[in-house]
Design a protein around this ligand. Structure first.
Ligand code: CA
Length: 438
């Protein structure tokens, strides 16, 4: 089931919230991403909201005004909670009804604009928590450019393992250490085998890295034992966010064989507060294809909808702000840009593969796409690739250099969609500042 663009995507739509109409704004009326917020410092309860311009529409307060009927009203009533889970469990028709209703409320000329204005608070006065209660987190490895570049560093003789082009590779990640953008991340300690040494030592990671990823939040789950066919897969997806899978490369190199990453990854994962729905992403879909010289996917990972519009034209960027840059009030420096369209495996393929053995996904589960790197070396989504395993430092405009992330550095992920004839919509950011190890 693919989602056709509808009047909520019309690029001519304008909002009575003036900041939403400013060119380049991440949150115009065509976007309407969901998050969980409260007024900062007041001890209020967290509740669901929608970003519009430089404001948050308080969905709990909107519900008190009783603006909708039917499915839209039911969906809005699910939003007075401290997570999106209740809304996400309702399903695509409810999400679409709520989107249509909120779009009508925020449009220029909406009859109750003055009254609805009481349900807005400035984003700068809000604080955020995780958008969902995340029960399970699975991280994929869906970029072949990343898999090849990293494989070359770890295994020069066989960069890409023979299963890569057949299996959407993933491992089960740690849900308890997922944090929302803005929270600090402590440098992990772990076992490290120094070069040439025979015994490992316990030490703070000296090779701390980021991974530029897309997060996929599951809306409706599937029953245990009942795989989700690929044609149904996107029906189960509520939306996408930005995800930084912080990685300690020295811990990883020593521990990853034979069962894959563990403590090198489980200390922190940062996600953006805003979830951009698949409805909002409808105008930015692209055909999905596989190079003709590569094996075509097995039938359970292939289909007409995937071929017609399984990819997403989502621009991704990672930027760095050092302590010195912050002190000098210099803007964060972009390190790399890429696009989710290059992903070897799509969102629908991840869902179909995850459930093909009967595994049940649940409302609020999070899938990571794996580091997204493009075909060119400068489009890499990790420092491991950008510095060739730490051998080639990146020179920053501040005069500093980096091979890996240092204490006090803030890593910022950004994402946005734009194409001719459509509005530009953004994901905001997922950022985290690194603290020294204990
Ligand atoms: Ca990862």
């Amino acid at each position: 089931m693919s989602i056709a663009p509808d009047p909520t995507h019309d690029p001519r739509l304008r909002s009575w919230v003036a900041s939403a109409n400013v060119p380049g704004c991440d949150f115009p009326i065509q976007n309407l991403p969901f998050g969980v917020f409260r007024r900062a410092g007041g001890g209020e309860s967290f509740r669901c909201g929608i970003a519009i311009g430089d404001c948050v529409l308080d969905l709990g307060a909107l519900d008190m005004l009783g603006p909708f009927e039917g499915l839209g009203a039911e969906a809005l009533a699910a939003c007075a909670e401290p997570s999106l889970n209740r809304l996400m469990a309702l399903g695509r028709q409810s999400w679409a009804a709520l989107r249509r209703g909120v779009s009508a409320c925020l449009r220029e000329g909406a009859p109750r604009a003055a009254e609805l204005g009481t349900a807005l608070i400035r984003r700068s006065e809000a604080e955020f928590t995780l958008p969902a209660r995340i029960g399970n987190y699975t991280d994929f490895y869906a970029s072949i450019h990343h898999a090849t570049a990293v494989g070359r560093l770890f295994r020069p003789d066989q960069p890409l393992l023979p299963n890569y082009k057949w299996v959407p590779i993933a491992y089960h990640g740690r849900a308890s250490s997922i944090v929302v953008s803005g929270q600090e991340v402590r440098r992990p300690r772990g076992q490290i085998l120094p070069r040439g040494a025979e015994r490992p030592q316990l030490a703070p990671s000296a090779r701390l890295d980021f991974e530029l990823e897309v997060g996929v939040l599951i809306g409706t789950g599937n029953s245990l034992g009942c795989p989700v066919p690929i044609a149904e897969a996107e029906k189960h997806v509520f939306g996408l966010c930005l995800l930084n899978d912080w990685s300690a490369r020295d811990l990883q190199a020593w521990e990853y064989q034979p069962l894959g990453p563990f403590l090198a990854k489980s200390f922190a994962t940062t996600i953006s507060p805003w979830v951009v729905t698949l409805e909002a992403l409808a105008p930015y879909r692209l055909p999905w294809s596989r190079p003709p010289e590569d094996p075509q996917p097995l039938p359970y990972l292939d289909g007409a909808q995937l071929r017609a519009g399984g990819a997403i034209d989502l621009h991704l960027e990672v930027a760095l702000e050092t302590q010195a840059m912050r002190a000098a009030r210099a803007a964060p420096q972009p390190l790399a840009r890429t696009n989710f369209r290059h992903s070897y495996w799509s969102v629908a393929q991840m869902v179909a593969h995850h459930t093909v053995n009967g595994c049940n996904l649940e409302t609020g589960d999070l899938l990571g796409s794996g580091t997204q790197s493009g075909p060119e070396p400068e489009e890499a989504g990790s420092l491991l690739e950008l510095t060739q395993g730490g051998q080639r430092a990146i020179r920053l405009a501040s005069g500093e250099a980096r091979t890996f992330v240092e204490d006090g550095d803030r890593v910022i992920l950004r994402g946005w969609c734009e194409r001719p004839g459509c509005a530009r919509i953004g994901f905001g950011e997922a950022s985290g500042t690194v603290l020294a190890s204990i």
